[in-house]
Design a protein around this ligand. Structure first.
Ligand code: PBG
Ligand code: ZN
Ligand code: ZN
Length: 329
């Protein structure tokens, strides 16, 4: 045997195995949660096992035990059920709406918990699209990004540590950054861009949870085509230049090459990826079918993302990881 043939001597011990790459840890995990406008609600989402829509009065009981276990950050999604949706997504920045109420409540209950807010219009528009539409149903980019910047500013003013636009309208990063700076929030709020967000089949359970399916058509004119490596690279570079503080790739597991590209193109920024609702549901379904052990598969998927270059992972497995990471040898 050649001397250079032997690798196993380097990873024969559990500790030396941890030295072979970066480790998943609790501060990387950002937990996506759904906030609805029925203050006492706790409604399970059938397609997203173990996840609920929460009313603001339930947040203390829901998040308290997780914060004790080391939950570091959440990302909030508003799920308005009672309000009147309109073509401009008017309810998105309603001061009495679920997101702004939740930001204030969480700041007060858990001052150390980092609060990111998803910024989009689809949960609030009557047509369910992520921007403004012209009469011919194409996107009106200028009006969309002005409105999205306004909503982002409202969340920053309410106390969000981070605003994360998921709409995929061109130019919104610049528009939001400008607005935050002009209003004195430039250094008080992080801007995380869903930069490479693909038109994926994996968003189904989320749309059930958030009630945000488009009422007609699809999102292919603003979310990226799954084959688009070049567009993804351009979107990442553009958003870095427009002032993003964090870049995100979404979904995560089928797009590890894009995560790896982003690690190179945005090498000076933290890099997030979103293990989306359909990925979570797939991992759960396989475990239920006996294909693999849930915990082992959850670790393998997220460790792949870390290996590809992610430093932040948005995942519905966050509560379970808080337990699993304590158990790990
Ligand atoms: N603004 C759209 C948005 N915000 C979050 C998700 C998906 C997140 C998930 O699946 O977990 C989506 C995708 C979509 O509906 O097109
Ligand atoms: Zn949207
Ligand atoms: Zn969104």
């Amino acid at each position: 045997m050649e001397i250079s043939s032997i690798l196993q001597g380097g990873y024969q011990h559990p500790l030396s195995r941890t030295w072979q790459g970066r480790q998943l840890n609790k501060s990387m995990l950002m937990y996506p949660i759904f906030i609805t406008d029925d203050d006492d609600a706790r409604v399970e989402v059938p397609t997203l096992p173990g996840q609920c829509r929460w009313g603001v009065n339930r947040l203390e009981g829901f998040l308290g035990p997780l914060v004790k276990k080391g939950l570091a950050s959440v990302i909030l999604f508003g799920v308005p059920m009672k309000c009147q949706k309109d073509p401009h997504g008017g309810p998105a920045d309603d001061p009495n709406g679920p997101v702004i109420q939740a930001i204030k409540k969480i700041r007060q209950l858990f001052p150390d918990l980092y609060i990111a807010t998803d910024v989009c219009l689809c949960e609030y528009t009557s047509h369910g699209h992520c921007g403004y539409l012209r009469e011919d149903q194409t996107i009106d980019t200028e009006l969309s990004i002005a409105r999205i910047a306004e909503v982002a500013l409202a969340y920053a003013k309410a106390g969000a540590h981070c605003v994360a636009p998921s709409d995929m309208m061109d130019g919104r990063i610049q528009a939001i950054k400008r607005r935050l700076i002009d209003e004195g929030y430039g250094n008080r709020c992080t801007l995380m861009s869903y930069s490479a967000k693909f038109a994926s089949a994996l968003y189904g359970p989320f749309r059930d949870a958030a009630g945000s399916s488009p009422s007609f058509g699809n999102r292919k004119c603003y979310q990226l085509p799954p084959n688009a490596k070049g567009l993804a690279r351009r979107a990442i570079k553009r958003d870095v230049n427009e002032g993003a503080d964090i870049i995100m790739v979404k979904p995560a597991l089928p797009y590890l090459d894009v995560i790896s590209d982003a690690a190179e193109l945005a090498r000076d920024l933290p890099l997030a990826c979103y293990q989306v609702s359909g990925e979570y549901a797939m991992v759960c379904a396989g475990a239920t079918q006996g294909v693999y052990d849930l915990r082992t598969m959850a670790f393998e998927t997220c460790e792949s993302m870390v290996r590809a270059g992610a430093t932040i992972i948005l995942t519905y497995f966050t509560p379970q990881f808080l337990d699993w990471l304590d158990e790990k040898p």
